[in-house]
Ligand binder design. Structure first.
Ligand code: NAD
Ligand code: UDP
Length: 330
């Protein structure tokens, strides 16, 4: 199949583009480089030894997107492009709503006009709000605590409405848990611009002395050691989940959790990092972060039953590969 990958130079998109090629699909990447560098294109070419068609374009630019659709013959779309920093979304709500919602509207309009029937969307576990874990796809969605999360809820709703009006469309909503890790080559990984938001890039930047110490947000939750519990998933496993989702896509809207089903606390992740990489991570316990839930992990059985996919890599693989990328990253 020829697959349009929006946001394909970002963290998850770049790993998925690589695996799509490996699985024999043709890949066309669209990215506006707002949170990635062109250098990622050279890196994926180097790893796979093949070329990728790339357009530097904004997915919210409908005229430009129509031009791209007219020049290619897509069989499917994986829509990663979006802004994703939770705290930034609180200070810049309009940018987040505009970018994340208009991009999907433009893409779906193009898909309908150019008869592209397969559409895979990057959603997030954040749509479950304060529901108790393990989180299941058929749970009622929770209240979101920030504009970023709300854009995921709105996008899911838009795609459900599209499916009602255009029942020939095959749409998958993939709810990711916490992707970390990196490509085993050390050439691809998570390289956020500015100060990281998420725990894993924070840990690796403390390890490389870019940041002095880690702040652990609260140790008084009702969890194994009082710190927040999340379902960390290796980005390579997550990327594989997209290939399975695309190859097994069904008509209508189908929702899948992409997680491991296993929770890990902040202190457990720090300990695993220290042990595997033999580096001490200085940290201090501070106040809880606003909007955080105590625990968030998936019931990952549906993706296994329906797509034949399950995460295979361990926390040890994740912390090793994350550091392997960060330590040489320039
Ligand atoms: P990322 O920022 O690394 O990648 C997103 C890419 O999209 C970037 O390369 C950026 O330049 C591009 N982009 C953004 N807006 C664009 C636009 N309007 N037009 C063209 N390109 C645009 O993020 P990621 O971690 O790879 O996340 C990919 C998707 O998965 C996002 O939709 C994100 O919300 C979702 N998601 C991520 C996580 C996570 O923790 N990383 C968790 C759940 C869901
Ligand atoms: N966390 C932390 N210090 C940080 C960043 C995150 O203690 O600098 C904690 C956070 O409170 C949560 C876990 O690490 O319990 C994962 O946070 P992250 O932002 O990576 O993911 P999310 O909360 O969005 O699932």
């Amino acid at each position: 199949m020829q697959i349009l990958v929006t946001g394909g130079l970002g963290f998850i998109g770049s790993h998925t583009a690589l695996l799509l090629k490996e699985a024999g699909h043709d890949v066309v990447i669209v990215d506006n480089l707002s949170n990635s560098k062109l250098d990622v294109l050279q890196r994926i070419k180097k790893i796979s030894n093949v070329d990728y068609k790339f357009y530097k374009a904004d997915v919210t630019d409908e005229a430009k997107m129509k031009e791209i659709f007219a020049r290619n013959k897509f069989d499917g779309i994986i829509h990663f492009a979006g802004l994703k920093a939770v705290s930034e979304s609180i200070s810049k709500p309009l940018e987040y709503y505009y970018n994340n919602v208009v991009s999907t509207l433009c893409l779906i309009k193009c898909a309908l006009e150019y008869n592209v029937e397969r559409f895979v969307f990057s959603s997030s576990a954040t749509v479950y709000g304060e529901n108790d874990s393990p989180l299941k796809e058929d749970m009622k969605l929770g209240l979101t605590t920030n504009p970023y999360g709300e854009t995921k809820v709105i996008n899911e709703k838009i795609l459900r409405d599209v499916s009602v009006a255009y029942p020939h469309m095959a749409i998958s909503l993939l709810r990711y848990f916490n992707p970390i890790g990196a490509h085993p080559s050390g050439l691809l990984g998570e390289a956020p611009n500015g100060l990281p938001n998420n725990l894993m890039p924070f840990i690796t930047q403390v390890a490389s002395n870019k940041i002095k110490s880690l702040k652990v947000f609260g140790n008084d939750y009702e969890t194994v050691d009082g710190t927040g519990v999340r379902d960390y998933i290796h980005v390579m496993d997550l990327a594989k989940g997209h290939i399975k989702a695309l190859e097994n896509i069904k008509i209508g809207v189908n929702v899948y959790n992409l997680g491991t089903g296993k929770g890990t606390s902040v202190l457990e992740l720090i300990n695993a990092f220290e042990k595997i990489n033999n580096i001490k991570i200085p940290y201090e316990i501070v106040e809880r972060r606003k909007g955080d839930v105590a625990a968030c992990f998936a019931d990952a059985t549906k993706a296994y039953k329906e797509l034949g996919w399950k995460a295979e890599l361990t926390i040890e693989d994740m912390v090793r590969d994350a550091w392997n990328f960060e330590k040489d990253y320039k």
